[in-house]
Design a protein around this ligand. Structure first.
Ligand code: BGC
Length: 911
């Protein structure tokens, strides 16, 4: 079905194309598995590129790829040549060349031909990938741990070193490394690479990532030193109220492979010849509590060969299996941007506070001079209290405090290594003088995912809301999708992740980020099919099927597929998906889900000291049954996509029974739900639980409920993700705008008006009188309520995916102006390139500019049924060679366009 749709579209547009020669065609943005020049790949490489063309309706007709072990692509180095392949596919073409070798750098290039008769010539970008270790037997190193050192959860970081000699001219040197704990690698005095928090966070006992670094430039002729510092990290740090979850001792695993010109390879591996010390500057390092760095204890020169290591201790080797070692699929955490303080001031309490103007995640880089032993303490907080004092009561037991002791030798620059903080404000103590702006830099850290979306419109409050959503994603997409980045939690909550996913995919390229996380989800799934509420799972005894949380196992793969057009994600997750639905079926009676634990519509609106019965409580069992149906539907969808006919048939029958059980248990004969809440109606409508003849009535009830709250949204995090799209789907976008634009509590703009720079956990984290909500549950950096971002892209900007042509092959442009907004612009960089939808209302005219990337199409909704009133450099009726009018109904003319830039003018006033 999907394929047929493409082909019809492409044939139509190819048919329209004008043969013009000599126009430019080029390829750019070459990626392997959606990543640019990835290191250490062990998955089969899949190639994607984008086309650039000056002409409209450009479609790739054929491509040719070649892969070589040298950048010159000399004949004898070629490992794959496709020759000219007649295909329009430009996304995720699998490698089928010669067998790949471990640790090898492969260069690739592509050229394409289009329907206008143009040829791009070979791509200009130097594109490559380097393989990781393709066979477990190639691991030669041994795990090492310190002997006779303080190695405890609250103890210091350990430092490991090894001196070695290089013998001859080096062609390449590659380091493979991982640890139990978090490590920083070093060579000859320099930190290796630019990533942080290696080896990342996974379900370590089952999946432990190793990193691959090119260290060719760091090795010297003769004597060298390789080393690492290792601290607790997620491996054994306190997580929630658990400690030492994956082990008690820190250990290191490194394998350095040096290839010489004479063809020999030498391995420098962790073994019992390495040395270790606990006498280094990092005296303590913990994720929630921060780092204590004593610069007077720095081991100056420990990374140079001449260093005297006599006082260092021995290490012992461990007999640990390498079976759980996996290559790193995800983009690493890096320093992404730097923020300068907006002001440094003294609070009414007399404390020195620095305001960075933005709630952010990362750390503060301190630059300072002073006497030896001067101790600087930095506390991090998200907000000032209503008197203007520093506040960190909402961090619960997390201290978020970094301490630095000066060595006293000129200017010193410090940032921590194995911890991060969520903050807008810092409180500083111990400064020799008055702290100044130039003493501090805010360093933003997160998984290095490229930004793919942007939005702005004529309403500044909405623009701020959009920025807040983006910043909340930045703050919580750090190795795993977390609920929050600051208090003693920071967990991969499944519910929050799935609810925000659709927004996240427009904002950033999250393909690898989620495909990696889903693998952790699958390995942490219980044998009966239960899905833990947090991934990596740190909870021993988990309920395992909380509605809207556990369903992440279904919702995330399905929407990743729609967004990126990749069926592999469904193939990889299919067993996990099926096991989860089977678990639900096994735990139901007459297709009605048995009672079990549900978090419910978390943090729904409830007036302060609610005695009015106005709290928007949705029955948990109703939520349970709704998601039971939805997840089963997604399994049917996945089975259809993967052509698993038997499963389609079996689960479709089950789905009907689940829906029937929903109707019987939760819906009156007249279509009233047992919970009269916005969330209940939104889910039942979003998941098609009502039969068609009951839907309009349900929409009316939903709207009545919204009106009963004077147009306010009252949903918790679950309903929030669905309500606005449901309203738009049923033609009630005006109500969705009304809700969105409310500036009083509960509502998104209430937060904005209260000065939010990120999305809050609760609608009213700061209450109307300026006091805070209960400190035990009041994060100011929680993305779940930011799921409105998806509606902002879909409806205000009007950029939507097309489920029939997933992955951006065809996009739908359907902006629906409203709420007094007079202009808006959205950009989404799909796997084909940037799609732009920009509109403006000028007097009675509606002007819509659309850009469609080459080799893709768009269906555009133009707001007039009369094609005669729509112009695009002349009336569109006369443009049948360039665009196709698909229909004129319900207030719109729907057209199909190919790639290119278009400006449509619709003037409904003209006759
Ligand atoms: C988290 C939520 C999460 C919830 C489970 C909270 O502590 O911060 O975002 O989904 O627990 O209900």
């Amino acid at each position: 079905m999907v394929k047929r749709f493409f082909i019809i579209q492409l044939i139509i547009l190819v048919g329209f194309s004008v043969q013009l020669f000599g126009q430019s065609l080029s390829v750019h943005d070459l990626t392997v598995n959606f990543k640019r020049n990835p290191m250490g790949t062990t998955q089969n490489p899949r190639f994607s590129w984008k086309l650039k063309s000056d002409l409209r309706n450009t479609v790739q007709e054929s491509y040719s790829i070649s892969v070589s072990t040298n950048p010159e692509f000399t004949h004898e180095n070629l490992v794959w040549e496709t020759g000219k392949v007649n295909s329009s596919q430009s996304v995720l073409i699998p490698y089928t060349g010669k067998e790949l070798k471990s640790g090898e750098k492969y260069f690739w290039r592509v050229e394409v031909w289009d329907n206008h008769g143009n040829k791009s010539g070979w791509s200009k970008e130097l594109a490559w990938w380097q393989t990781g270790r393709l066979d477990k037997s190639e691991w030669k190193a041994k795990w090492i741990q310190g002997v006779d050192v303080v190695d405890s959860i609250n103890g210091p970081a350990l430092y490991f070193r090894k001196k070695f000699e290089s013998r001859g001219k080096i062609v390449s040197a590659t380091l493979y490394a991982t640890s139990h704990g978090m490590y920083d690698p070093f060579m000859n005095g320099q930190r290796i690479g630019d990533s942080y928090f290696a080896p990342g966070w996974t379900s370590y006992s089952k999946r432990l990532q190793y990193q691959v670094y090119d260290v060719t430039e760091l090795i010297k002729a003769g004597e060298n030193v390789i080393g690492a510092s290792v601290a607790s990290g997620w491996f054994r740090t306190r997580i929630s109220n658990h400690r030492e979850l994956w082990g008690k001792k820190l250990s290191l695993y490194m394998q350095l492979e040096v290839k010489y010109e004479n063809g020999k390879t030498e391995y420098i591996c962790t073994d019992d010849s390495w040395k270790v010390t606990d006498k280094g500057p990092i005296r303590f390092s913990e994720l929630y509590d921060g780092e204590f760095y004593d610069a007077t204890m720095e081991n100056t020169g420990w990374l140079s060969p001449a260093y005297d290591e006599a006082h260092w201790k021995k290490v012992e080797t461990l007999n640990i299996s390498v079976q759980n070692l996996i290559s790193t699929e995800i983009e690493p955490v890096r320093e992404i941007e730097t923020i300068s303080p907006k002001r440094v001031f003294q609070t009414p309490k007399g404390e020195w506070v620095v305001d960075f103007g933005q709630n952010m995640v990362g750390w503060v880089e301190l630059s300072i001079s002073g006497k030896t032993g001067t101790t600087i303490q930095i506390w991090h907080g998200e907000i000032l209290d209503k008197d203007g004092n520093f506040y960190n009561g909402n961090l619960r037991t997390a201290k978020q405090k970094n301490t630095y002791i000066l060595k006293g030798k000129g200017k010193e620059v410090f940032h921590p290594s194995f911890t991060f903080q969520g903050f807008r404000y810092i409180k500083v103590e111990g400064f020799p003088d008055r702290p100044k702006q130039e003493n501090f830099k805010g360093i933003v850290l997160h998984s290095d995912l490229s930004v793919t979306g942007s939005f702005e419109c004529s309403n500044p409050l909405l623009n701020q809301l959009y920025q807040n959503i983006l910043w909340t994603q930045k703050g919580n997409f750090l190795e795993v999708p977390t609920d929050c980045p600051q208090r003693d939690e920071r967990l991969g909550w499944t519910g929050d992740a799935q609810l925000f996913l659709k927004t996240a995919m427009f904002n950033m390229n999250v393909y690898s980020f989620f495909s990696k996380w889903l693998k952790d989800l699958a390995v942490d799934q219980s044998p009966e099919g239960k899905i833990p509420p947090v991934v990596p799972n740190i909870l021993e005894n988990f309920g395992g099927s909380s509605a809207g949380w556990a369903d992440a196992a279904m919702i995330i793969p399905w929407h990743l597929y729609l967004h990126y057009g990749d069926t592999l994600i469904l193939k990889n997750q299919y067993e996990s998906m099926k096991a989860y639905v089977d678990f639900l079926l096994d735990n139901s009676t007459g297709h009605l889900r048995n009672k079990s634990h549900h978090f419910g519509d978390w943090l729904f609106y409830s007036p302060v000291n609610d005695r009015s019965g106005k709290a928007a409580v949705t029955e948990k069992d109703l939520l349970g049954q709704s998601f039971f149906a939805h997840s089963t539907q997604l399994l049917v969808n996945a089975a259809k996509t993967l052509n698993k006919i038997d499963d389609v048939e079996y689960y479709s029958i089950e789905l009907n029974k689940i829906k029937a059980a929903f109707m019987q248990e939760f819906v009156s004969p007249n279509g009233r739900l047992t919970s009269n809440t916005q969330t209940a109606y939104s889910l039942a409508l979003a998941f098609d639980l009502f039969p068609e003849n009951m839907r309009d009535k349900a929409v009316e009830r939903l709207i009545k409920n919204i009106n009963d709250y004077q147009g306010h949204i009252t949903t918790g995090i679950v309903g929030t993700s669905y309500i606005s799209n449901v309203l738009t789907r049923y033609g009630k976008t005006d109500i969705a705008y009304k809700m969105l634009l409310k500036e009083t509590n509960p509502g998104w703009l209430y937060q904005v008006k209260k000065g939010a720079t990120t999305i809050w956990e609760r609608w009213d984290g700061i209450q109307e009188d300026g006091s805070f909500q209960t400190a035990s549950m009041n994060s100011f950096n929680h993305y779940a309520l930011g799921s409105i971002g998806n509606w902002i892209y879909n409806t205000i900007a009007g950029i939507q995916r097309d489920a029939d042509a997933p992955g951006g092959r065809n996009m739908i442009i359907h902006p629906i102006p409203g709420g007094g907004i007079t202009s808006a612009k959205g950009i989404y960089d799909s796997p084909y390139g940037e799609i732009v939808s920009q509109w403006e209302i000028i007097d009675s005219a509606f002007v819509l500019k659309v850009s469609v990337p080459a080799n893709s199409t768009a269906v555009v909704y133009l707001p007039s049924e009369e094609a005669g009133k729509i112009a695009e450099k002349g009336n569109i009726k006369t443009k049948s060679k360039e665009m196709k009018i698909l229909s004129s109904a319900e207030g719109y003319t729907k057209i199909l366009i190919g790639s290119g830039d278009y400006t449509f003018e619709i003037n409904n006033d003209t006759d």
